[in-house]
Design a protein around this ligand. Structure first.
Ligand SMILES: [Zn+2]
Length: 422
């Protein structure tokens, strides 16, 4: 295995385009026409269904999927991504993942940020992954070393390995707050009144695999001990976990495999444990792609008790984002917008912690506009348009905050937050 990694690394230095930036040779992008029986079959086979558009279903098909389609006489079309898609356009000077952060690049940047801004930035290790990487959380606040009675908001990135842009947006949010604290009175005002927590990379093992081995990897790297790997971390939270087999899968080979039990994975356990010692009031979890703001419930099409409030908040965030670069983020209830999901972060944050929580699916709108591949030049634009929505959520929490309305914060003496690093 080491030899293969070495060869890949060598090739990546020579080759003008990263070898892994497209699907592996065995995987093809295909479409089939949307029919109920076909959809049911695809779900049974655990096909990697990417999206539905204009009556066509886009699938990243493995050879066995193609065989099954053929033996079931289901016609399919090979699709080519449009040439404007930034596939393979990654610059090589920043390493094989271009301007995107790998685990170690992220670690370096977080520690540098803490070093430069010790009054406002603190880095925590909130848990270890199966492959022994740290799950990092960035705390930003005035008197950052202290646990003050202030509004608390959390931003999460990269539950899904292939959604690289979802690391960059929360990381840039952290940098923006820290670097502008001393010069921007508006930033100073919100940082002084809140504790902002950012976990930019919930799934470090998966991201590593996506960078070095298979660009389309989505899950973590759990060895399921049946020849398959990975649990979908965004189906592993305990609220309505495994509610049905549409919103998640009991089959380990599925891309939406929910795991053996709720919170079976160290990554989701870390988020759960952080919530157990904080009083977060609101959450955003970044994903890609679709350019849409989603709120619970995801497990059902029925509205949640906070439906009206979250719809209103999503509408305000979308309205604040549009003027930045003109991109429109649609919004709606998750279960009614895309497809059902159970055991996801936002249903859990609302269901178990009763806080408004949002999934922001970052651009582009669909796979024909690049899917999981955002050009390096677009990283900053996507962050800039997401910034007002993030600031809105922090301000909202500050306004709502009243220490008496919250349960007392658990003692931090038994805090699972660890500072040691490997
Ligand atoms: Zn995702």
């Amino acid at each position: 295995m080491k030899k293969i990694i070495f060869i890949l690394l060598i090739l990546s230095q020579i080759y003008p385009y990263p070898l892994y930036s497209q699907s592996t040779p065995e995987q093809k992008l295909i479409t089939v026409s949307k029919k109920k029986e076909t959809v049911e079959k695809l779900l049974q086979w655990n096909a990697d269904v990417l999206m539905e558009r204009k009556g066509k279903i886009y699938i990243l098909a493995r050879p066995k999927d193609l065989n099954k389609l053929q033996s079931n006489h289901i016609p399919y079309t090979m699709e080519k991504l449009p040439s404007s898609t930034p596939l393979g356009s990654m610059s090589s000077q920043n390493g094989i993942n271009g301007a995107y952060h790998s685990y170690s690049e992220l670690e370096r940047d977080l520690l540098t940020l803490e070093e430069k801004h010790p009054q406002t930035v603190k880095v925590f290790n909130i848990g270890d992954t199966l492959e022994k990487r740290n799950i990092y959380a960035l705390k930003i606040s005035d008197h950052v070393q202290m646990d003050e009675q202030e509004a608390e908001v959390i931003f999460l990135g990269c539950h899904h390995a292939r959604e690289w842009i979802s690391v960059e947006v929360p990381l840039l949010l952290g940098k923006h707050l820290a670097e502008n604290y001393s010069t921007d009175p508006q930033i100073q005002e919100i940082v002084n009144q809140s504790e902002i927590w950012i976990v930019p990379l919930v799934n470090p093992d998966g991201l590593h695999y996506s960078i070095y081995f298979y660009r389309y990897w989505r899950k973590n790297r759990r060895n399921n001990e049946d020849g398959t790997y990975g649990v979908d971390l965004n189906r592993n939270y305990d609220y309505k976990w495994g509610f049905d087999n549409k919103g998640s899968s009991p089959q380990s080979s599925s891309n939406v495999y929910r795991g053996n039990s709720p919170f079976s994975e160290p990554e989701t356990q870390s988020i759960r444990d952080l919530f157990s010692i904080k009083n977060f009031q609101a959450l955003i979890s970044y994903h890609s792609y679709s350019q849409i703001i989603l709120y619970p419930w995801g497990y059902t099409t029925q509205p949640s008790p906070k439906d009206e409030m979250m719809e209103n908040m999503a509408a305000q965030m979308s309205a604040l984002m549009k003027p930045v670069s003109g991109r429109v983020y649609r919004y709606g209830q998750a279960g009614a917008s895309l497809y059902l999901t159970n055991g996801d972060t936002t249903d859990w944050a609302l269901g178990d912690h009763n806080i408004p929580s949002f999934t922001i699916e970052l651009p582009p709108v669909d796979i024909l506009h690049g899917g999981f591949f955002n050009s390096e030049e677009d990283i900053h634009h996507i962050f800039r348009e997401n910034l007002p929505a993030a600031l809105y959520l922090i301000r909202w929490a500050i306004q709502e905050y009243s220490p008496s309305s919250l349960p007392p914060e658990p003692s931090s003496r038994n805090s699972p937050l660890r500072k040691e690093r490997k």
